[in-house]
Ligand binder design. Sequence first.
Ligand SMILES: O=C(O)CCC(=O)C(=O)O
Length: 300
Amino acid sequence: MTSTLKNQITRIHNPSKQEFLNLWKQGQAFIINGVANQWDAYKKWSNDYLISTCGDNLVPVEAYNQTFFQNSNFDYDNFHHLKEMKLKDYLDVVNGNQKDDNISYYMAQLDFNKYFPELIKDILPPKYFTKNLKIMYFFFGFSNKKSTSTTYLHFDDVHNIFAQIRGRKKFILYPPSNYLSFYPPIGDNGSSSAWTTVAWSKVNPAKPDLESYPKFPWQDKIEVILEAGEILYIPPLWWHHVTAIEENISLTFWYPPSIKDLIAQKGFLSTFLQIAPHVIPHLIKSEVKKKLKIISSNQT
Ligand SMILES: O=C(O)CCC(=O)C(=O)O
């Protein structure tokens, strides 16, 4: 039923809920096939179909300066800004017809219910978790001569069911070992949001600079090519870096973990206890700063 080679990820075919949970308890990433390839989305979401159903939908697209990652100290707030575009105009960018060559665009992490309500009927959120789905995100990426859609190394605090609908993506995953060896930008100058500061890495795992980041656990990496119709389960707090191999569409399903999961899922509690002393004071400090700013702006 399941198969794993050394340094490779486990793959499982259309698991029952119990089979899913048995694997999930191991606290490892794994791939499910035979599920998302049954959805209408997998069969129908060509560009022509998308243009005819929601081509005029106006959506915020990430636009970022291509030189950003030449800096070694990332200021993630200046990483990208959002530009509103119709889906059909974004498809022009995907096809290489963009005017401003120094900018890379990526239609990433869009609230699926909000921006593409017409497409909801084409999918079937998997029922592996009984608790509520927090949000579904839509991604439309590409790789052409001008740019390759990339999400830099970070972790999330949710169970992530990541469904690849069209095209392929490359993932570089790291199980959460020593938190500081991923070099989050805590303590750097910059105006990044609190979560970005604690959950993003300064290291580019596609070509890690081991002189600047000597403790980076490059040898732990798990490389995965996610094919259309496959689902990747990413446990909370796992680091991941994602690049487009070609034009592709993904949908993610985010489930916040319960307190019980800290005990039930192998490695989760120890990782949580390891990162908490770094992350929690930073999040509290930034919350307090925000409140003080609001109070002082109300007084003036
Ligand atoms: O697909 C991507 O570009 C990024 C996805 C991701 O980071 C996530 O779902 O947490």
